[in-house]
Write a protein that binds this ligand. Structure first.
Ligand code: NAG
Ligand code: NAG
Ligand code: NAG
Ligand code: CA
Ligand code: CA
Ligand code: CA
Length: 966
């Protein structure tokens, strides 16, 4: 090779490296196991374990599905309506896991490359604390994102280090133990020898013999004598010692260990999830996994003096809804707003508590007519789970209209639906017509009744919601929409917006899975005619017709379909020149989830989720998940322009787990939605076609704004967030804004001149900020001519420094079990001492398994340390007791005791808690196969070895047995 070509060669590698970096457990390589699959498997398995425990505790049966999927498991967990939320939670975790390869491509510690063990361990430690803190504050979305990030690093450990080569079959628990450290690192010693053809045993024998831990170096960081990551993107694997050790795929340098590494990575991911489960408790763990998250109802209510009479109605309505929807609404959120105050946000899962809170609202103050509606709405959007249905009740226009862009950014990024119940209808227009005559906004006169509600209408439209204008007297008639919104499995079949209105016919397909269908139409002076597949029709004039019931209040029409024969192509003919919106809803299991993603260049090696508005004038890729079982197949995915329903079709590529990759060559200008058409093969009707549509209006932008921080943010500290803006618009001047929902002081440049550039936002948390406070920061860029806008939304958490890293310790003092004969006639008892030493103290003690009674008392023990004495007594039929103690920092200690009927004297005691003796507490003798909780037959398939007679117990020995045998 000439000097010149070698040079080119090296440059080529540099380019490849910067594009692809060090990826692991690669995405989409069919036969190899990806981070996504590892993550999904671990989540499904842990969640199954949690559901089983809950079922046993509640005296229900739990039938482990033979194949664990989101749908089979939510069914088995008696929570079938959670399948979409569960899928979404898994997707969020997987997406942020994948994001590490984009955002931290060449940061070795995120991948345990370059022997960066202690840095990687620190990342995990901080990450686990952040997950627990966010979840404790019910900021589950933030917790999911952080969880995915740590999982990436943990999973990479098994692929990039020599843990597997050292013969380990179990995870390295110290990775998630903040009170331990990473031991026995190879340090300065050489670790690898050259290997050119077969690299299976390139790690030096003394390293293996002494069980020294090492990992592969990547790129230009390689030290003499060290192993490389390996494979063609890793330049360092061409330098001595040549070759590599990664196990990312079957064809990697150590691909022969790929499956072994993936298997232990799944076990390690489960071990992490078990720790988080212990800290949160089972119910909140399920919430973190998206259970009962899709039916959250949020009310933002104007509490100013003028609302006196409306609030009574709001009380009546909310009280009615909370009573009727007790079983379907999982959580209620209330945000009062006034002027000059708004908030605080109140959330509860208890309908009676919610009613009390609403009854306690006292209309007062407000001063002038406009109120801080958008400030209230912002708090509702930042404090609710994504895709929450929000209802805003007010009789006034917004005083804080400058927040409109921020609200739009939040609506687009959360996909929440905002409905406005406005009681400042026609009367208000007359009263305030002077405002209009004073100039601007003439075009409002063609809009619906109250021009001051324009901002509400725009926001409702953007979110796919309704701005309903009624009088105080007719408000009750419009609240049926809230009942509809709180039903489970609500899907959108069709949606269209015309502004200005025009005569047009719209058609949509109804499939046989749809039930309780409604059509919502908003607008004034509307004339419409709906035709069913069989040719029956009904106009807006016929309130009780062949198709269903039409209700009309203010600007809002609902058509509730009662006709039995619904399946097929429907048509709505609109005859109106006034603006209008149409939305067709029903209940069905069939739905879809999607994200716009960016694929890494190269061999399909990774993806990252795009945030903010999409770039204009180029192709885009969607990662699509179809819900509703394996008989459901999408056949056509299109981006549909909102203003005229023109569509651009994408091409579909099937991936694993019911996912599809859809590439669309161009994106419609202006607003658009995603429409999925498809078929269900098991459908009874010959035509199993269905259609679904997304409801949040998407838009493109020629501005790209990126912001990200991984810094820890403590109370009293200023966080610096770097951001960059790329301006592809013709406007050289950009106005920049940074706003947060806590009113924390921010410093940022108010404009950026020559188009693109980098800058920072500094945001300061006051010293008294409680640990766990979540701050939503939006960074916005707008062209000076206001024709283009884009944003970045960051969810930041303020966390006080953590000082307590040790788990509560559980010491079983005595066990009295005299179980023989009929188990229901005898009982057993146990007493244990639990203490957190001089840590933050035990904050919760719960019985996770066992149907006995638990009594606790606390006393001050030696050295002034609190000791909790636990006394447990149960029938001999309930053989297992599992007690979970959590300290103030979220560290978990668990005691397990099992009295098996086969072996009563030497019963198992698994104490997978930390003990001060730092090593793993090894106890006892027998396997647990005869206890009810470990049914050996369920785990036989794929079991890689027999259960050991006695094994060490870290965070979950007994769990490991399950893991490896699933
Ligand atoms: C509604 O549409 C149907 C089908 O096109 C038509 O037969 C019917 O006459 C229309 N009704 C009215 C009142 O225009
Ligand atoms: C609609 O009409 C049908 C038949 O005329 C009647 O049975 C039904 O009660 C009516 N429904 C309502 C809500 O008026
Ligand atoms: C999509 O656009 C990118 C860059 O704009 C281009 O490299 C790629 O080939 C395009 N893909 C398709 C399928 O057109
Ligand atoms: Ca008021
Ligand atoms: Ca006011
Ligand atoms: Ca502690």
């Amino acid at each position: 090779m000439t000097q010149n070509s070698l040079h080119t060669f090296i440059i080529l590698f540099v380019i490849l490296q910067s594009e692809v970096g060090t990826l692991a457990f690669k995405f989409m390589l069919t036969r190899s196991i990806t981070h996504q699959e590892i993550t999904r498997k671990a989540i499904l398995q842990t969640t199954a374990e949690v559901c089983k425990t809950q079922a046993l505790q509640q005296g229900r049966d739990f039938v482990q599905p033979s194949i664990l999927t989101v749908e089979s498991l939510t069914e088995a967990c008696s929570s079938p309506t959670s399948s979409k939320g569960f899928e979404q939670a898994i997707n969020t975790v997987c997406d942020s896991n994948a994001g590490i390869d984009k955002h931290h491509m060449s940061d070795a510690e995120y991948h345990f490359d370059d022997e960066s063990f202690s840095k990687g361990w620190n990342l995990i430690k901080d990450g686990v604390a952040a997950v627990k803190t966010a979840a404790e504050e019910k900021n589950y979305e933030t917790a999911r994102e952080r969880l995915g990030e740590i999982m990436h690093t943990i999973q990479d450990f098994y692929s990039h280090s020599n843990w597997i080569e050292l013969g380990n079959l179990f995870p390295y628990s110290n990775l998630i133990r903040p009170d331990r450290q990473i031991d026995n690192i190879a340090g300065d010693r050489p670790t690898c020898r050259n290997c050119d053809d077969n690299c299976n045993s390139n790690i030096l024998k003394d390293i293996i013999d002494e069980k020294k831990l090492t990992s592969g170096y990547f790129g230009f960081n390689k030290k003499p004598g060290k192993c490389s990551h390996g494979d063609f993107l890793d330049f360092s694997s061409l330098l001595e010692p040549r070759g590599g050790i990664n196990k990312d795929t079957h064809s990697s340098s150590h691909g022969y260990l790929h499956e072994a590494a993936a298997r232990v990575a799944i076990a390690a991911t489960r071990e992490l999830l078990e720790d988080i489960r212990g800290s949160l408790g089972d119910s909140n763990f399920l919430r973190l996994m998206g259970f009962s998250q899709s039916s959250v109802l949020c009310f933002a209510i104007d509490t100013t003096g003028s609302m006196g009479d409306d609030i009574d109605e709001v009380r009546r309505v909310t009280s009615d809804i909370t009573d009727r929807m007790r079983d379907t609404v999982s959580e209620y959120i209330l945000v009062p707003f006034n002027d000059p105050d708004f908030g605080p946000l109140i959330r509860t899962t208890d309908p009676d508590e919610f009613k009390l809170q609403i009854n306690a609202l006292e209309p007062h103050d407000g001063g002038d007519t406009p109120e801080l509606c958008l400030s209230g709405l912002r708090l509702a959007l930042t404090g609710s789970p994504p895709q929450t249905k929000i209802f805003v009740f007010t009789d006034a226009d917004a005083k804080d209209k400058e927040l409109k862009s921020t609200i739009l950014a939040l609506i687009e990024s959360t996909k929440s639906v905002v409905n406005f119940m406005l009681t400042n209808g026609l009367a208000a227009r007359r009263r305030r017509s002077e405002d209009l005559n004073q100039g601007q906004n003439q075009h409002y006169s063609t809009r619906i009744s109250n021009p001051l509600n324009q901002v509400y209408e725009d926001l409702a439209l953007a979110s796919g919601g309704q701005a309903i204008e009624v009088t105080k007297a007719t408000l009750p008639q419009a609240t049926r929409i809230i009942v509809d919104a709180s039903t489970s499995s609500l899907v959108t079949v069709f949606q269209a917006v015309r502004n200005p209105g025009k005569e047009e016919s719209f058609s949509f397909i109804v499939d046989d899975s749809l039930k309780n269908m409604s059509i919502y139409i908003t607008g004034t002076s509307l004339v419409f005619n709906i035709t069913s597949p069989s040719g029956d029709s009904q106009t807006n004039e016929e309130l009780n017709g062949t198709l269903g019931l039409v209700e009309h209040v203010g600007n809002f029409y609902t058509v509730r379909l009662t006709i039995l024969d619904q399946v097929g192509l429907w048509n709505i003919k609109m005859s109106s020149l006034q603006p209008y919106t149409i939305k067709v809803l029903g209940q069905s299991d069939i739905d879809f989830l999607f994200n716009f993603v960016e694929l890494s260049e190269g061999a399909h090696s990774g993806y990252s989720v795009l945030s903010g508005r999409l770039p204009a004038n180029r192709n885009v890729t969607l990662l699509l998940t179809i819900m509703g079982g394996d008989t459901v197949t999408p056949t056509e995915v299109a981006l549909v322009k909102s203003s005229d329903s023109q569509s651009i079709n994408g091409t579909l590529e099937k991936l694993a787990d019911g996912k599809f990759l859809v590439t669309v060559n161009s994106v419609p200008a202006g607003e658009f939605v995603v429409r999925v058409m498809g078929e269900r093969s098991s459908s009874r009707s010959s035509n199993g076609r269905f259609q679904r549509q997304s409801i949040t209006q998407q838009r493109t932008s020629s501005l790209v704004i990126t912001a990200r921080t991984d810094e820890v943010w403590e109370p009293g500290k200023t966080l610096s967030i770097p951001f960059s803006v790329v301006n592809n618009s013709s406007d050289v001047l950009l106005n920049i804004n940074a706003r947060n929902d806590r009113g924390f002081a921010t410093v940022f440049p108010s404009s950026m001149y020559d188009g693109s550039g980098n800058s920072t936002v500094n945001i300061t948390a006051p010293p008294n900020t409680p640990s766990g406070t979540q701050v939503t920061l939006t960074i916005e860029a707008e062209t000076s001519g206001k024709s283009d806008f884009n944003y970045a939304v960051l969810k930041l958490t303020v966390v006080s420094p953590i000082t307590d890293f040790t788990s509560p310790v559980c010491e079983i003092v005595s066990v009295n079990a005299n179980c023989s004969g009929n188990c229901s006639l005898s009982s057993w008892e146990l007493s244990a001492n639990l203490t957190d030493g001089n840590g933050t103290g035990i904050k919760s003690l719960t019985l996770r398994q066992g149907l006995g009674t638990l009594n606790t008392t606390t006393r001050i023990g030696g050295e002034g340390v609190n000791v909790t004495l636990a006394f447990y007594r149960a029938s001999c039929c309930s053989e297992v007791m599992e007690l979970v103690a959590v300290d103030g920092a979220g560290n978990v200690g668990i005691c397990v005791k099992s009295i098996t009927s086969a072996v009563t004297t030497t019963a198992n005691t698994f104490m997978y808690t930390t003990s001060t003796t730092n090593s793993m507490t090894t106890t006892t003798a027998t396997t647990t196969t005869s206890t009810p909780s470990t049914n050996a037959t369920s785990y036989s398939a794929g079991c890689i070895f027999d259960p050991p007679i006695s094994f060490w117990v870290g965070v979950g020995a007994f769990l490991l047995f399950h893991v490896l045998c699933f």
